[in-house]
Design a binder for this molecule. Structure first.
Ligand code: ADP
Ligand code: MG
Length: 286
């Protein structure tokens, strides 16, 4: 057996960081959100009583098994789906449909194939009436942030999967959303590209004033990226626990084997897979 600290144990640095986040303004409130779908077999409660706040520049992940309502939740936040109970507020205003205050990055590539990378990123600002020279300059700034300046004149089909997702992130950020919504954005990428995209996203979040809600079913990814993790259970989709990640920042891949990281992973496994061999504080050696 390897002795692990409790996932609830926070170093003074981590505790101070999380306390500082709690003092920032609330950007988004998920207020008792529920969603029931009608089906030929009868009503399906996809989500029930989901409650949490997200603070400015916080990185929050939502994790849970397939079918627990993660996509339904983020689609409700995006305004692409309605809730049958409760409400989502962004800056205190109820969400009633999609809006530029919420930028969405999906798992599948959603770039316009007939536009260059730069024009894909310019799309939102241009639609809002920004003059061409200015939106071009903005696009180039965001392409610099995601490390794709050299590819501005390429077309999406000339890019790798990871690069396409970086363009999708730049395109979402170019609208200067209050909150960036990401639904398993790296799920279709190979392991190595996925890892480098995670590091990229950490760098972006360190330099840009953006709040992120990130959906994943990958435990390592959730821990590596997040300040807090909302763990959902299935049938009905509900909050099992909201975990404050005790891993210090800045994050690096070496931390994957650190005590706080492994303790958090053990807790997530226990919640999601119902493992009884991972007690609070102790992980059975493999
Ligand atoms: P996840 O993203 O966590 O895998 P989803 O949000 O896609 O889960 O789905 C949650 C539940 O809601 C599932 O049981 C799914 O079958 C059901 N569901 C999702 N969308 C619909 C829909 N449009 N009509 C009926 N049932 C749906
Ligand atoms: Mg999903």
């Amino acid at each position: 057996m390897i002795d692990l600290p409790s996932y609830r144990e926070q170093s003074p640095d981590v505790a101070a960081h999380l306390a500082e986040i709690r003092q920032r303004p609330v950007v988004m409130t998920v207020g008792s959100v529920g969603r029931v779908f009608d089906s030929p077999q009868g009503p399906i409660t996809a989500l029930s009583g989901i409650v949490f706040d997200v603070h400015q520049r916080e990185f929050i992940s939502v994790i849970g098994p397939s079918g627990c309502g993660k996509s339904t939740l983020i689609r409700i936040v995006a305004g692409l789906e309605s809730c049958t109970d409760g409400a989502v507020l962004v800056d205190g205003q109820p969400v009633v449909g999609p809006g530029p205050d919420r930028g969405m990055v999906f798992q599948s590539y959603t770039l316009f194939p007939w536009l260059t990378v730069r024009r894909n990123v310019m799309f939102g600002p241009s639609m809002k009436g920004m003059p061409r020279a200015e939106s071009e300059q903005k696009a180039d700034e965001w392409l610099r942030v995601v490390g794709l300046s050299k590819f501005a004149d390429h077309y999406p089909n000339q890019l790798s999967g990871g690069m396409k997702q970086r363009v999708a992130i730049a395109r979402a950020l170019a609208n200067q959303p209050r909150i960036l919504l990401m639904d398993e954005p790296f799920g279709a990428l190979d392991a190595q590209t996925r890892c480098s995209m995670q590091s990229h996203l950490l760098q972006i979040c360190a330099s840009v004033d953006v709040t992120v809600m990130f959906i994943t079913h990958d435990l390592d990814e959730a821990i590596y990226l997040s300040d807090r993790i909302v763990v959902l259970g299935a049938h009905p989709g509900r909050v099992l626990e909201i975990i404050e990640v005790p891993v210090p920042r800045p994050r690096s891949s070496e931390q994957f084997l650190s005590g706080p990281f492994l303790a958090t992973k053990a807790r997530l496994e226990e919640l999601i897979h119902g493992r009884s061999d991972t007690g609070d504080g102790v992980l059975a050696a493999q």
